[in-house]
Write a protein that binds this ligand. Structure first.
Ligand code: PLP
Length: 389
């Protein structure tokens, strides 16, 4: 290091592309290495990793939208993102959001106010309804209107590549499938190099100045897990498909985009990368919260089919009742508008144990639920929803 090198670093004359690094809140070589892996995964020019999925989302929105700007967002988003857009950002910096049915292309187009709107924001596969966004059509609207399409691909890494379908920016909660261990909180922003560089700008960058960059030790850990993400995603998807088919045969109300009766089945089949199936998430609508809770109780505490937890993408099956957990930031009306039924169990399908062992555990829990229903036929009367057992 020569004294003048430091000046040149801060002047932007020397940078990470030539292996010069200032400080680890700015670019760090280990985090940049993971960023390159993420860019390759999503087919973007560049990527950088963050301390959480939420910090990736918040930093991208602050960078692209700015005070007083407007976002057109899907009605059905992860509860935290919904709260960020509907409550935090309006209060903190006057960023406003209009929530629309992302499938209603006319509504999306009409909600974009030229000059004011900067971003259209959707999830590839929505949390928790598993609605699949029509990324190519949304990208066409974004291009036509001169706004950026930002897509959260947390539920479907490898399965769908939104940037290859026209999205400008792809964000991830790396805490989920990409990590695979349910032990790390992390995020990623994948997009053009100009965006990543702008977010690291010493005067104007949301990553550099708000500081939610990833810890290099976490980046190393994640970079060792990315090479087997494809194997894990295939197994998550294969098991989810098998369970969904069997659950449907039993007369359960199952929501899975791999089933032909899912409203977005053919869309996902057309958009997905071949060989990765339809994803590892499925939902069971048990009609009422009580029935959902009773089934989850048996699945975890009696038959050990899975664990009650709000994360996803783990090797164990994780289950949560979305309305009262990860979507509880939304009001009952917002939940109803987003299609989140009160008895909806969201399952992230794991792959430990053999499929048949796991399925036997599921069947036993269901039989116990059935037994309870026979012994207490009035137990759920008045709690609404359809009666499945
Ligand atoms: C779709 C989706 N996006 C973003 C997030 C936020 O990610 P993180 O928990 O890593 O901040 C979550 C869950 O927490 C999520 O399910």
């Amino acid at each position: 290091m020569e004294p003048d090198t430091m000046r040149r670093l801060f002047a932007g004359e020397l940078g990470p592309e030539r292996d010069f690094f200032i400080y680890s809140r700015h670019f760090n070589p280990t985090v940049l290495n993971l960023g390159r892996q993420m860019a390759a995964l999503e087919g973007t020019e560049a990527a950088y990793c963050t301390a959480s999925g939420m910090s990736a989302i918040a930093a991208v929105l602050l960078q692209l939208v700015g005070a007083g700007g407007h976002v057109v967002a899907s009605k059905c988003l992860y509860g935290g993102t919904h709260a960020l857009l509907s409550r935090f950002l309006p209060r903190a910096c006057g960023i406003r959001a209009t929530f629309v049915d992302a499938d209603d292309i006319h509504a999306v187009r009409a909600a974009v106010h030229e000059g004011d709107t900067k971003v259209i924001y959707v999830e590839t596969m929505a949390n928790p309804t598993l609605a699949v966004a029509d990324v190519p059509r949304l990208a066409a609207i974004a291009r036509e209107k001169g706004v950026k399409l930002v897509v959260d691909n947390t539920f479907t890494p490898m399965v769908v590549s939104p940037a290859r379908l026209g999205a400008d920016v792809v964000v991830h909660s790396v805490s989920k499938f990409i990590s695979g261990g349910a032990d790390i909180i992390a995020g990623a922003i994948c997009g053009p190099a100009s965006l990543v560089n702008s977010m690291m700008d010493l005067q104007q960058g949301a990553l550099m100045l708000l500081g939610p960059t990833m810890n290099a030790k976490v980046a190393f850990e994640i970079s060792e897990r990315l090479p087997h993400l494809s194997l894990r995603m295939k197994e998550h998807s294969e098991r989810a498909m098998e369970y969904a088919v069997r659950m449907k045969k039993m007369g359960l109300k199952v929501v899975y985009p791999g089933l032909p009766d899912h409203p977005h089945h053919s869309r996902l089949a057309a958009l997905a990368n071949p060989g990765y199936g339809f994803g590892g998430m499925l939902c069971l609508d048990m009609g009422t919260v009580e029935r959902a809770n009773r089934l989850m109780h048996h699945l975890q505490n009696t038959t050990q089919f899975g664990l009650m937890a709000v994360s996803l993408g783990y090797y164990e099956t994780l289950m949560s009742c979305s309305g009262s957990s990860t979507s509880s930031e939304m009001t009952p009306q917002e939940q109803a508008e987003a299609g989140i039924a009160p008895g909806l169990i969201r399952m992230s399908v794991g792959y430990s144990g053999t499929l048949e062992q796991r399925w036997a555990q599921f069947e036993r829990a269901l039989a116990l639920l059935h037994q309870h229903q026979h012994q207490h036929p009035d137990a759920d009367v008045g709690s609404g929803g359809g009666s499945l057992f």
